[in-house]
Design a protein around this ligand. Structure first.
Ligand SMILES: Cc1cc2nc3c(=O)[nH]c(=O)nc-3n(C[C@H](O)[C@H](O)[C@H](O)COP(=O)(O)OP(=O)(O)OC[C@H]3O[C@@H](n4cnc5c(N)ncnc54)[C@H](O)[C@@H]3O)c2cc1C
Length: 395
């Protein structure tokens, strides 16, 4: 990938920077820096309005074709946007699952009708999505999903339970991995079904997390319905689509993510300077290590993006997930250690947390979602090092 910026890239950077700065110091100043990990509950209505303002400025879903509300933007321009977004302190995006997961999946695997129906409403922020993969007995072992979809005339009828469903309480739609053939080998009897969330037959129960907030939920489907043509890809061929979605999860946002972590490190370093812990030799080493870790992340992300720009999907993405998740969890530990005993005091009654506390608590999840560390190590062991595959219980 050629990382020199062409004049049109610089022009796009200037446009994005100016728009973000204007909005986040003007009408949307209140959402600046809000809604991140452990703060997802904050200011939902305001952040939904922000999502729609971004959509009106055509600053969501940059990679989508123009006809579906995007800009057909190059990978480099997408990276530029994520960098500028992090630099400006843009809030946690309520449309992130639509833009990052289901949008690219529909673009790649969906029918023309599905593209027309769903993509523009993702880009405009009109419809919010959630991901219905995990179940109580299907997390790392995702092919074990038991939620069923059965055909009834022109509709699918969905029955079963999903868990850890982020943002389900706000979502208009969910992409649900369902078993559609119980007799087929387990990877071959799964379909990728798009289900409207606001209907009888869906019960959403928030799960209170260690942060005291409820970013994710249990979702019970009891005869929920969706139209027969709301299946992405072929019926019973949903496993391939589901794996495609996971590959999209590690796209252009990775560089912006690194800048967001840099903002967190800057704050931690400033705290250490103010409270005197920056003179403690071990703290100094840990802060310097974190700074070095960020540089490694950046070069690793650039290397992955270069491969993606050449159309290659390499096992390097597994290294990246393992690296950033472990890095971020450790950064959370540094954040509270720098506070010392003050880290044990809540910001306010009854359980209002400081940014450092939220970072510490939420980053425990980073090494679990999107593929747990152990699973990433299995991928590296098997696909990079060529080690013998771990024994499978069934296939
Ligand atoms: C904050 C957060 C948000 C989430 N959001 C969503 C969402 O929106 N939608 C959704 O569908 N899911 C979501 N998840 C669920 C997430 O995808 C699962 O938690 C993850 O896949 C792990 O599955 P599990 O929790 O069932 O753990 P398990 O798979 O039961 O794993 C438990 C432990 O065993 C280890 N383990 C399992 N199998 C192996 C193996 N073969 N070899 C070695 N070790 C192994 C794991 O690494 C882990 O340490 C979210 C999770 C979190 C924490």
């Amino acid at each position: 990938m050629d990382l020199r910026y062409a004049p049109e890239d610089e022009a796009f950077r200037a446009e994005a920077r100016e728009w973000l700065t204007d909005q986040l110091t003007g009408d949307f100043a209140g959402v600046r820096g809000r809604g991140g990990p452990g703060d997802e509950h904050a200011l939902f209505d305001e952040r939904l309005a922000w999502e729609r303002a971004l959509g009106s400025a055509r600053l969501t879903c940059l990679s989508f074709p123009e006809q579906y509300g995007g800009r057909d933007a190059s990978l480099l321009q997408q990276v530029i946007f994520y960098e500028e977004y992090a630099r400006a302190g843009g809030p946690g995006r309520v449309g992130i699952i639509g833009e990052g997961l289901i949008g690219p999946t529909i673009l790649h695997f969906g029918s023309d009708e599905q593209k027309r129906r769903f993509l523009p409403r993702i880009a405009s922020g009109e419809e919010i999505w959630c991901q219905g993969y995990s179940e109580p007995n299907a997390g790392s072992d995702l092919a074990n999903v038991q939620t069923r979809a059965e055909r009834d005339g022109d509709e699918w009828v969905i029955t079963g339970q999903k868990i850890w469903t982020s943002l389900a309480h706000w979502a208009d739609w969910c992409f649900v991995l369902c078993r559609t053939d119980r007799d087929a080998p387990r990877h071959r009897g799964i379909s990728y079904v798009l289900v409207p969330m606001r209907q009888a037959g869906i019960d959403i129960r928030p799960i209170v997390q260690i942060t005291g907030t409820s970013e994710f939920n249990e979702v019970f489907f009891d005869g929920a319905r969706t139209a027969a043509d709301n299946v992405v890809g072929d019926v019973n061929a949903g496993w391939k689509v589901a794996m495609g979605t996971l590959a999209f999860e590690r796209g252009a946002s990775t560089l912006g993510q690194q800048l967001a972590f840099e903002n967190e490190l800057t704050e931690i370093t400033e705290t250490a300077k103010k409270n005197g812990r920056s003179s403690d030799p071990v703290t100094r080493q840990r802060l310097a290590d974190a700074w070095i870790g960020l540089r490694i992340m950046r070069y690793n992300a650039l290397r992955s993006l270069s491969s993606m720009a050449r159309g290659e999907l390499t096992p390097q993405t597994a290294i990246h997930k393992l690296y950033w998740a472990t890095f971020h969890r450790q950064l959370g530990e540094v954040a509270v250690d720098v506070l010392g005993p003050d880290a044990a005091l809540a910001a306010a009654q009854p359980y209002e947390l400081t940014a450092a506390q939220r970072l510490f608590l939420y980053t425990r999840a980073d090494t679990i979602y999107g593929g747990a560390n152990e699973i990433q190590r299995n991928i590296i062991g098997e696909r990079v090092l060529g080690l013998a595959p771990e024994p499978k219980v069934s296939s």
